[in-house]
Design a protein around this ligand. Structure first.
Ligand code: ADP
Ligand code: MG
Length: 494
């Protein structure tokens, strides 16, 4: 198979070796657990965290004579995901048996899709920042397959156990083209894919629970040159580990090549403790699995009408949402990217920003609210300050009722005590003083108390800042700064 290289080498990504520069080539196979109440071919529950072997039917345990029946919802989820990846949906696909032995695989084969997957080519866009821009990573395919069970070796020194709760759970394997060129891009790709899946509601993206895991193929080459031999790092379950594993693996391959050696195609494991990858087994080939069509299952066929119906019901996806937020609310690309990182954040922002100054709303949501939430380990879904309350705080600023500084205090009060922001401002006397008479009185007092400074300010007009500070302090931050400035200038003869 010849692989088309669609990327122009980016010098920022080059790795300096003893003999010159190198470039990474990376392709990912991501396993995403389908969000569905029951398994791919049985009615067993997919509930996480149940006692071992609680969710196991005769089909999942591969009892002789059992017949798999496809779960319609899992098919719909795969189609939705394909649509979200702008991919070709194949209205006819086939299930194959991938044969291998493992104690946690009682069937002796995994039902998967090989030659004819349910989803074909698509793409994912990564925003790599101002300098590098938007990078497109091609999707090769997405297919449905069963998960295996789990062997447990650490409960007893002389026995191993098998938990089949996972056996038969539906997975989507999403295979990228070898279009990724750095560990930063690989991390961005996993993150973006997870965001898209979560928006679609087709996978919860929970990497700690194993709902999303990546097999990472890494090779190195001279910039823009021929692809090198790759190694595959299995089952990486965190974005950070993915970055570390790639950096280590690329360096390992470069050292081998610069020593005059050859990279051996291998399956490797990443050890987060040492930060290293180590060999697990030599690479298996497709023929080792003796794939063949599963005689228990008919070809999977559906009408284009089903695809169209699911497409019509698709939620707005992150890229589209980002473009719309920039357009409708006039916020920066960066702010929009922060807001669309998850759907709840974007929704929260929109409830605050609707009918208000979009930029001011973005500042408050991202800097004040998200900053505070992160500090407390909370997320936007359990924010002590609601979108409505934050919107009211912004209204009070824009309406000239409170200064930006008082608004921060008000935010703190609403955060810890709750309540209606306008009432708090009223009852605690936090209202900004715009009444010129009251401000004039304070200004007169300050000038009278500081005759030396008042004399000097004519020669050194920048000293007015000091006076503004004094007046603001005397008014406990409540004086309208604009009015203070004007009155001071008039009274000091500036
Ligand atoms: P297999 O099924 O044997 O693992 P595939 O051709 O399906 O092989 O490729 C698996 C993954 O490896 C894909 O994500 C692909 O992009 C990636 N890949 C292919 N060639 C290379 C390469 N030279 N370097 C890095 N990744 C590669
Ligand atoms: Mg593979």
């Amino acid at each position: 198979m010849t692989i088309l290289d669609t990327r122009t080498p980016i010098p920022d990504y080059f790795i300096a070796g003893a003999t010159g520069d190198w470039e990474m080539v990376i392709g990912l196979e991501v396993h995403a657990q389908v969000t569905s109440r029951s398994k791919l071919f049985s009615a067993s529950s997919t509930q996480f965290g149940e006692p071992p072997n609680a969710n196991v039917s005769f089909i999942d345990a591969a009892m002789p004579g059992m017949l798999p029946v496809i779960n319609e919802e899992c098919v719909h989820q795969a189609i939705r995901t394909g649509l979200g990846l702008k991919a070709k949906i194949n209205t006819r696909s086939l299930f194959d048996r991938k044969n291998y032995f493992y104690p946690d695989l009682p069937q002796g084969y995994q039902i998967s899709q090989f030659k004819d997957p349910i989803v074909g080519e698509g793409e994912v866009h990564l925003d790599m920042g101002e300098k590098i821009g938007i990078v497109t990573v091609g999707i090769e395919r997405l297919h449905l397959e069963q998960d295996a069970g789990k062997s447990i070796h650490d409960l007893d020194p002389s026995m191993s156990f098998v938990d089949l709760n996972r056996s038969g759970v539906a997975l989507m394997e999403i295979v990228s083209k070898p279009d990724i060129r750095s560990s930063a891009e690989a991390r961005a790709y996993i993150t973006k894919l997870r965001t898209i899946l979560r928006y679609l509601g087709t996978c919860d993206g929970n990497m700690e629970q194993g709902s999303l895991r990546a097999d990472i193929n890494v090779s190195v080459r001279r910039p823009g040159g021929e692809f090198g031999t790759r190694c595959e790092i299995k089952n990486v379950n965190s974005v950070r580990f993915a970055g570390q594993a790639i950096e280590y693996e690329a360096r390992r391959q470069i050292d081998i090549l610069e020593d005059g050696g050859e990279v051996i195609q291998q399956t490797r494991l990443f050890d987060p403790k040492s930060g290293e990858t180590r060999a697990m087994r030599s690479k298996e080939e497709a023929h080792d699995y003796r794939y063949f069509p599963d005689p228990d299952l008919l070809p999977l066929e559906f009408d284009q009408a089903l695809v169209d119906r699911l497409a019509a019901d698709l939620p707005e996806l992150p890229d589209e949402k980002q473009a719309r937020l920039i357009r409708d609310y006039g916020i920066t690309t960066y702010d929009a990217s922060v807001l669309v990182a998850d759907r709840a954040s974007a929704d929260f922002y929109e409830s605050v920003a609707k009918g208000r100054d979009g930029k001011l709303a973005a500042n408050w949501v991202i800097n004040d609210l998200f900053g505070r939430l992160a500090k407390e380990g909370l997320d936007v879904t359990n924010s002590p300050v609601s979108a409505e309350q934050l919107g009211r705080i912004i209204d009070l600023i824009v309406g000239g009722d409170i200064s930006g500084k008082i608004a921060k205090e008000l935010f703190e009060i609403v955060w810890s005590e709750g309540g209606d922001p306008a009432e708090i401002v009223e009852s605690r006397g936090m209202k900004q003083v715009s009444d010129t008479g009251a401000i004039e009185k304070i200004v007169d007092e300050i000038i009278a108390a500081n005759p030396e400074q008042a004399a000097k300010v004519k020669d050194k007009p920048s000293m007015i800042g000091w006076f503004v500070g004094q007046v603001m302090k005397a008014s406990q931050g409540k004086a309208n700064p604009k009015a203070v400035n004007e009155i001071l200038r008039a009274k000091l003869g500036l």
